[in-house]
Design a protein around this ligand. Sequence first.
Ligand SMILES: [Zn+2]
Length: 73
Amino acid sequence: MREEMICNGCGRKLKRSNNSDILLEDVFMAEKAWGYFSKKDMTRHRFILCEECYDKLIAGFAVPPDEEEVTEL
Ligand SMILES: [Zn+2]
């Protein structure tokens, strides 16, 4: 069964083509397994943000993300 992909920031269902699992928009994906020195002790966190929510997130950063041009993905 195909799993819905939902933006964790705004709860919006992400656009997919009808007959395949290809996403029609680019998203930010994060995954982190927290270790012993965290307060989250051995839990894995995973989330997706649409581009709009990603922009809102980084707007709150004190130091912006490193940015460079890529020629292929
Ligand atoms: Zn969003």
